[in-house]
Ligand binder design. Structure first.
Ligand code: ATP
Ligand code: MG
Length: 458
């Protein structure tokens, strides 16, 4: 780690003014001079720097803050660079032609550079400073647009490691909340009273897990206790917001660590209750394997389809639902269809999965039936179906995680993709005659064959 013990140097900006919220706690910031820290502008986004320089030129304050500073201090590549300023969103818009104002809950300026966006946030103050407006009776923040000073802004951020500011005027780092120490100690610590801060915004529970997983940090004890105590509040979070948060937990290269922590804190139940209720060893192995593969793909720069991720996270629920259905009346395909539909419908009460992901997710499940029932020349058609690749990967995953009774199914599909068209036909014919012999030997009819296939997939 590049970090030295530079935070011990008390900065020149020392104000020695007590913190109004916590009497007796000194809120003077620690300021680390540019010569005493390892943050370098060459590691920062040129677009973020452009925004900062323009703010400075117009005589506004300008700081890099959040993940950008935190990750660079840890020698990691930040996912994005956030800017904080004393300019209001409207003032920011006047400075940049390529700027749009977004958000109701948080009003933010987005400065566009082609496909790149730099998020510029005006310093915000805490809600105590506006007489409770914008807060529900349970203490949940619904609007957060009270502007404040840099110091106010620092204290209303979530975790100490996220409240470090890089000053564009003199390239120093400013730390009001003890974030540098927590980076050194690898700790996720809530700023202020953890219960209150989780009541204001329960999503902070998931953010704590996300940063602990991403940075391999420990969640500080009182925060950990507070998560356990307030866990039920997650059920009141808008389901669309949870969809976004879940993607952030799983699509940034630390999916497995996130999953382990969600289980440890019993948070899985509040995101995927059907999965949590039906999570046996096989299901757990399946999800673990899916997330190992997800992390590996991200590391290689390969894309991950949210539909595939959600299909995997809900697979234990689909399997349980299938077992609960009456096979006698339904074909394998129909059982998958009904089970998939039921699981998705229930899941929407917790997380709003948009249709554009929900539809392909269900296709991945129903394709499992199509991959199993390989009648006549149907496999040849399946090979060219758009969702084939995802469904095939899903099948391999099921095999990899040791799902019983699949045996040679994945291998058969691997083989048929590799051989010539003529050989593909031979493979299909061979399979059909094998099925016929099996059926005759057992002296059973068509329906029984179907039932056996269903059983194979239980
Ligand atoms: P990353 O971008 O790597 O996921 P980040 O720390 O930059 O991590 P963002 O979601 O981009 O996280 O948010 C930027 C900053 O805004 C955070 O570092 C934090 O200071 C503040 N922030 C974001 N969400 C919240 C929240 N729910 N409550 C309080 N502060 C928040
Ligand atoms: Mg960020």
């Amino acid at each position: 780690m590049k970090l030295t013990k530079f935070w011990q140097r008390i900065g020149r900006n020392k104000k020695n003014k007590g913190n109004a919220d916590t009497p007796g706690v000194d809120s003077s910031p620690t300021v680390i001079d540019r010569s005493d820290h390892a943050l370098s502008r060459k590691d920062m986004s040129e677009h973020a720097l452009k925004v900062l320089y323009r703010l400075k030129k117009a005589r506004y304050e300008g700081y890099l803050v959040g993940g950008g500073v935190r990750d660079l201090l840890l020698g990691m590549h930040p996912k994005d660079f956030d800017v904080a300023t004393n300019a209001t969103p409207e003032e920011v818009r006047k400075l940049f032609g390529n700027c749009r104002l977004i958000g109701r809950r948080f009003r933010l300026a987005h400065v566009h550079f082609g496909r790149n966006i730099i998020e510029v946030a005006t310093f915000r103050a805490s809600h105590d400073q506006q007489g409770g407006e914008g807060v529900t009776k349970d203490g949940m923040i619904v609007r957060d647009n009270v502007y404040g000073t840099l110091e106010d802004d620092a204290w209303r951020r979530d975790f100490t490691v996220n409240a470090l500011y890089y000053n564009i005027y003199d390239f120093s780092i400013i730390d009001y909340t003890g974030g540098l120490k927590d980076i050194e100690n690898k700790t996720i610590r809530m700023i202020g009273d953890a219960d209150e801060r989780l009541q204001e915004d329960p999503v902070r529970m998931l953010r704590a897990v996300r940063f602990a997983a991403k940075l391999n940090f420990k969640i500080e004890d009182s925060l950990s206790e507070s998560i356990k105590k307030n866990i039920h509040l997650l059920d009141g979070v808008p389901t669309a917001r949870l969809f976004e948060e879940v993607l952030k937990l799983f699509l940034h290269g630390h999916a497995l660590a996130s999953y382990e922590l969600l289980k440890e804190f019993d948070l899985l139940k509040h995101l995927f209750s059907q999965t949590a209720e039906n999570l046996d060893d096989a299901g757990d192995r399946f999800i673990t394997q899916a997330l190992i593969n997800t992390d590996a793909r991200i590391k290689q720069g390969k894309p991950i389809a949210p539909a595939f991720l959600y299909a995997a996270l809900l697979w234990p629920a689909v399997r349980a639902e299938m077992i609960g259905l009456k096979y006698d009346d339904l074909s394998l395909l129909q059982s998958y269809q009904v089970a998939g539909q039921n699981v998705l419908e229930n899941q929407l009460n917790q997380i709003l999965i948009p249709k554009r992901f929900g539809i392909p997710m269900r296709e991945i499940w129903t394709m499992q039936a199509r991959l199993a029932v390989r009648k006549g020349k149907r496999p040849l058609k399946l090979l060219s179906v758009p969702r084939f690749r995802a469904a095939y990967d899903f099948l391999l995953l099921r095999e990899q995680s040791g799902e019983t009774q699949l045996k040679e199914l994945g291998e058969w599909w691997t083989q048929i993709q590799q051989v010539s068209d003529d050989e593909k036909l031979v493979m299909c014919k061979k399979l059909s005659s094998l099925e016929r012999t099996k059926g005759r030997k057992k002296g059973k009819g068509k329906k029984q064959v179907k039932k056996n296939i269903v059983k194979e997939n239980e």
